[in-house]
Design a protein around this ligand. Structure first.
Ligand code: IVH
Length: 667
């Protein structure tokens, strides 16, 4: 039996050591698998000898049976809060008060990030964790010992030696931003709801009656001080923290000893500049006098120490009211719900709008006009509504719905299939989509109007010279010449380019219209199939489904685009302005109609593009991969795996000469 007891103790010591290396020092010295072996051996021994199980055994970190309620813990030393400083001048006052009271020219401080989590007081007696309590009202907190035991960075048994008989370590429980995002993703999938921020997630996890749930949450504990201690541990805070590190705690890397006001403000600016890169959410920094003697001389007010202050960062999260929810139309026609807010300062700027992303998001968060909401803005991120404060909802609010008509142009608004987004169908007409639509219309693969680039388009739209793409053909030389950075010559060039663009091809024209999911290839296919724009404009979804490569979504997009009255008007205006295309050579009955080709390897006499064009001219199709539906594989130099696949499927192979003969381009 004593050998079993020895082994159990040996295993615990090893496991504690490796836990500390892994979770506190971020520097493991054995593999996860080897660690698991030690752990399983201990679990097995404890199962066989239940009398050997102790509360500080590392096996107890997995959590136990749920509690009915938390017990109360009276703090031996009250847990106070901190005074706040917002401006540099507040810090100046803080430093001046201390210098005067202590009659010293310059003060040594410690500066630390102010972690935005939940504070916890851990009581160790003879090196063993006996209670963990939340702050509560500062006098009395909740007994969350079972939960604290599951946190890997809370030592169950202090390491090393030299700790006082009674030691209360106080600090913050937090969740890393990265872990928070992961946790929320899983929670959304499982329970359809999310935590508003890492602090709420940490607090919710620590205040769980079922400690086996707490055990699954990625919590970390960072000490920031002590409560009751039966003997003095160190003369300064910085030395105290070094001791706590020796005893197995994870002390934050950002702790610094700094001198005087200058030192404090430099620290604040440094951390502030790196705020978004710090893995934990912080809401400021804390300055404390380093020497405990000096602290004692300063004493406390009723609520907070006079020897410390929290210098806050501009809040990332604030609450405000939703004055309206509008549907905002973006450049590509996507319609986004946007909350119009009573203006508030968040993260250093005034915010009066915040995106609600899409209809699903509005429903999930159930944001309504009149609600009080939490608004968040971190770093350069666009302000976001995190959630609604349910208690503050006024009577008579109604759920918000996406409008059926575009607020910009009155065209239909429709949900994009398989996506959460909605889109305005008035692509050619809608004011909100103008810039994007015009830029695309003029681009190289489309109408190819040289000189009509983004900057000029922006000017034309801003000055309302061009409202729809049809207006391009109404532009006059003098209008262009009068624009900034234009002049006579450039204006003439643009007018010439516009004139030249009138002679185009049907595929280019169709592509230029910017119909969702109609790219250059699809435009060609449509031109081939319908021959002219009239039949295409009148085609039903069923008609469109007969076109090769057109699936239900594309068919739907095309027919709905042409159903919008405004889009039809614009097309008519373009044609009236003189835009013409050559008659489409329809090769539906061509020599290679219905045949599918795959090209592999390089040809000597023509490029891949030429080969493709030659096949398509004769009504054939080129596909990127070999399948049973492939009719011919054209094999060039250094043919790849497609050749092997073709052979295995028994598909007819053509060398370059045979291919040239087939397409009538004999060498
Ligand atoms: S020192 C007498 N240091 O902020 C209280 N507190 O607003 C001394 N906090 O209750 C507290 N990071 O929960 C201190 N580095 C830090 C801190 C920190 C976060 C929390 C703590 C405290 C609250 C006061």
């Amino acid at each position: 039996m004593s050998s079993v007891r020895d082994r159990v103790e040996q295993l615990r010591e090893k496991i504690n050591y490796h836990n500390h290396r892994y979770y506190v020092l971020d520097d493991p010295v054995i593999s996860d698998a080897d660690f698991d072996k030690l752990f399983q051996e201990l679990q097995a021994l404890e199962a066989a000898h239940p009398e050997l199980v102790t509360p500080d055994s590392p096996t107890q970190r997995v959590g136990g049976a749920p509690l009915k309620e938390f017990g109360a813990v009276r703090h031996a030393v009250p847990m106070l809060s901190l005074g706040n400083a917002f401006e540099d001048s507040d810090v100046e006052d803080f430093d001046r008060r201390i210098r005067q009271a202590l009659d010293k020219p310059i003060i040594e401080y410690v500066a630390e990030p102010k972690l935005d989590g939940l504070s916890l007081s851990l009581r160790y007696e003879n090196g063993v964790l006996v209670t963990a309590a939340t702050r509560g009202d500062g006098e009395k907190g909740e007994d969350v010992t079972a939960n604290a035991r599951t946190i890997k960075t809370v030592p169950l048994h202090l390491l090393g030696k030299g700790w006082p008989k009674v030691l209360e370590v106080r600090g913050e429980v937090v969740i890393r931003k990265k872990d928070f995002e992961k946790l929320n993703k899983e929670r959304l999938q499982r329970e359809g709801k999310v935590f508003a921020n890492p602090r709420n997630a940490a607090a919710g996890s620590v205040r769980q009656l079922d400690s086996s749930i707490t055990a699954k949450r990625p919590l970390s504990f960072f000490p920031w001080g002590t409560g009751e201690t039966s003997a003095e541990v160190a003369a300064t805070h910085s030395k105290l923290m070094a001791k706590l590190a020796d005893w197995g705690f994870r002390v934050g890397e950002e702790l610094k000893v700094v001198k005087g006001l200058q030192g404090l403000l430099a620290y604040y600016n440094d951390i502030g500049a790196r705020r978004d890169k710090i893995p934990y959410e912080i809401d400021g920094v804390v300055y404390k006098i380093d020497h405990f003697d000096d602290r004692e001389a300063m004493g406390f007010t009723a609520r907070a120490p006079r020897w410390a202050v929290a210098h806050k960062f501009p809040a990332h999260e604030v609450t405000t009211e939703v004055e309206d929810i509008i549907a905002s139309v973006g450049r590509t026609g996507v319609v986004t719900p946007v909350a119009q807010l009573k203006p508030v300062a968040v993260g250093g700027v005034i915010v009066s709008r915040a995106t609600l992303h899409n209809q699903d998001e509005v429903e999930r968060k159930d944001v309504r006009v009149g609600d009080t909401v939490i608004v968040r803005r971190a770093g350069d991120v666009i302000p976001e509504v995190v959630g609604v404060i349910a208690d503050k909802r006024p009577k008579g609010t109604k759920p918000w719905h996406m409008p059926k008509k575009c607020p910009g142009c009155g065209s239909e608004v429709e949900r994009i299939e398989d996506e959460a987004a909605h889109r305005c169908l008035g692509g050619l007409y809608c004011a909100a989509q103008r810039m994007g639509a015009i830029g695309h219309f003029a681009s190289r693969g489309a109408m190819d109007i040289e000189g009509l680039g983004d900057k000029l388009v922006m000017q034309l739209v801003e000055q309302e010279l061009v409202k729809t793409v049809a207006d391009i053909y109404r532009l006059e030389h003098d209008q262009l010449a009068a624009l900034e950075r234009m002049g006579d010559k450039s204006a003439k060039n643009v007018i010439d380019a516009i004139e030249k663009s009138k002679h185009t091809t049907l595929p280019r024209f169709l592509y230029a219209l910017g119909i969702p999911q109609v790219g250059e290839v699809m435009a060609k296919t449509l031109a081939q199939h319908f021959g002219d724009i009239g039949p295409l404009m009148d085609a039903s979804e069923e008609d469109l489904l007969e076109v090769p490569d057109v699936g239900p979504i594309v068919a739907h997009n095309i027919s709905h685009f042409f159903q919008q009255r405004h889009n039809r008007e614009v097309i008519q205006q373009i044609i009236d302005a003189g835009v013409r295309w050559d008659k489409v050579k329809r090769t539906a009955g061509g020599a290679l109609a219905g045949k599918t080709f795959v090209l592999t390897g390089g040809l000597e006499t023509m490029t891949r593009g030429d080969a493709k064009a030659a096949i398509e001219e004769l009504g054939g199709k080129v596909s990127g991969s070999v399948s049973k539906k492939t009719d011919y594989v054209v094999v060039g130099d250094e043919a790849g795996s497609k050749l092997d696949k073709a052979k295995s499927l028994g598909i007819e192979l053509l060398d370059e000469a045979a291919f040239l003969k087939l397409v009538g381009k004999k060498r």
